[in-house]
Design a protein around this ligand. Structure first.
Ligand SMILES: Cc1ncc(COP(=O)(O)O)c(C=O)c1O
Length: 463
């Protein structure tokens, strides 16, 4: 993407987000072209171009000599609502709305592989142990017994010295990312993202109006010189990263780079937001320890979710950081958002988490997912498409022949009841690309085999 296009998109997104978040209301006057150009440090023509497009799209209107205003009422309906909503906003949830027989777009685990029955055993136990569980709030920071149990596990497993005061229980890791963005990112702050990146995190930081700078992630990790250059020149507030079985690529950053990155973060005072949703879903050997374990000065905010592999419905995740001032800021946002996660969910989770069933479940799950991955790869081996086989996680990141538009392919494959995630959705710069993400974790073995073959036929017929 050319720099001019990139700046244009930033302004366009900034205005759309302010309107959609309700910060700028119907018939309210927009900032003048001159002001926005100064705020974003761009040419006035760039702002004018963005305003003109928004006007054409009926999102804003102009009054002679007075400026631009937020349009009222419904916007016109688009012909193919799912694909156009995705193309316009690049929201993953638009794709997931379509019911399909071959579900390769959701990085979620097949409910048949999750321990639903065992978790429900603990529900009765929790009501017996804590008869007042439904008539009490949790503390904003989260149930102390649960935080103790999570920090004990972390300390035993990685020889760290974390304490429960350094943990905050959140409603999934999505909420953790959101709290961090609310607490530490203001409009036009520069932040660093991997390219590609987890699309809903991109959405959170864009909605906050952040100025996004990117660094590529490769099968071997990052170019640390490039990261150092960015940290020196752009001084990002934070770097949001997903270094273990990265979504969408499945890549894992090696141990040596993890250590060096923490040193760079300390040197340039850049918070590292380590999103570790997939660490436990490994196939052969355990991945290198989280970056958090190398952190000595509180520059890493570590996020771990149990939604992927234990229970999405309980929405339990936590974030962890050793600086009391960081925790204080996050706690004040969490108290504004929901005043603490539901106590019942935390207690049910605690009892399952502390049981020996957890380990048995995770070991079986790793085998089941590895088999599904291998089935999908076996089918794909009949093509000349490229991918790097991941050692864990839920996705294959696949490159199709260059000449294909993944938008057209998405529309066509949804018609054939197959879903996938176009690479563009995972790109913070939103460039068209021939990459796509196929998740092998939700469909069963038969569906993976048949669906992948159908998908290959569809691609071949589109060439
Ligand atoms: C990297 C990453 N982070 C966070 C999330 C959000 O997960 P949850 O809010 O269910 O914990 C996801 C979900 O796909 C993810 O892939």
């Amino acid at each position: 993407m050319r720099k001019a296009d990139y700046l244009f998109n930033q302004i366009y997104d900034y205005v759309v987000n302010r309107i959609e978040l309700g910060e700028w209301r119907e018939d309210e006057k927009l900032p003048s072209i001159r002001k926005l150009a100064v705020d974003f440090d761009v040419h006035r023509l760039t702002v004018l171009k963005a305003y003109q497009l928004l006007k054409q799209e009926n999102r804003i209107y102009s009054k002679d000599k007075s400026g631009y205003y937020v349009q009222s009422g419904e916007r016109e309906n688009l012909e193919n609502p799912i694909v156009s909503a995705y193309v316009q906003k690049n929201h993953l949830s638009e794709i997931h709305k379509v019911p399909v027989s071959y579900q390769f777009s959701q990085a979620l685990i097949d409910p048949n592989l999750l321990p639903n029955r065992y978790i429900s055993d603990y529900v009765k136990k929790v009501f017996d142990l804590y008869p007042k569980v439904l008539s009490t709030y949790s503390t904003v920071q989260g149930d102390e017994e649960l935080r103790q149990s999570l920090s004990d596990y972390f300390n035993q497993h990685y020889q760290t010295i974390t304490n429960p005061d350094q943990l905050l229980i959140t409603a999934g890791s999505q909420q953790a990312i959101h709290l961090i963005a609310q607490a530490f990112v203001k409009a036009r702050d520069t932040i660093l993202l991997e390219r590609p990146s987890y699309s809903s995190a991109i959405d959170v930081f864009r909605a906050q109006g952040a100025n996004i700078v990117t660094v590529d992630i490769h099968p071997f990790g990052y170019d640390l010189e490039q990261i150092e250059f960015i940290m020196k020149e752009h001084k990002p507030r934070l770097f949001y990263l997903n270094p273990t079985f990265h979504n969408p690529t499945g890549y894992t950053v090696p141990a040596e780079q993890r250590k060096q990155l923490v040193q760079l973060a300390e040197q340039y005072r850049c918070l590292l937001i380590e999103d570790d949703a997939y660490y436990d879903i490994y196939f052969d050997q355990e991945p290198p320890p989280p970056m958090y374990t190398y952190d000595t000065s509180g520059m890493v905010i570590y996020i771990k979710s149990f939604c992927k592999y234990i229970s999405p419905g309980l929405r339990i995740a936590f974030l962890m950081n050793s600086q009391p001032s960081v925790m204080k800021s996050l706690l004040s946002v969490k108290s504004l958002v929901d005043n603490g996660s539901p106590l019942l969910n935390q207690k049910i989770f605690l009892h399952y988490y502390s049981s020996s069933r957890l380990q048995q479940h995770v070991e079986k799950l790793r085998i089941a997912l590895q088999i599904r991955k291998e089935i999908m790869e076996e089918e794909l081996s009949a093509t000349d498409w490229q991918w790097t086989s991941p050692n864990g996680g839920l996705n294959l990141w696949v490159r199709l022949p260059n000449q294909l538009s993944t938008d057209d392919l998405l529309a066509k494959s949804l018609e054939h009841s197959i879903s996938f995630v176009p690479g563009q959705i995972c790109d913070p710069l939103k460039e068209p690309s021939s990459w796509l993400r196929l998740s092998y974790s939700f469909a069963n073995e038969e569906q993976i085999s048949v669906g992948t073959r159908k998908f290959i036929d569809l691609v071949h017929s589109s060439l």
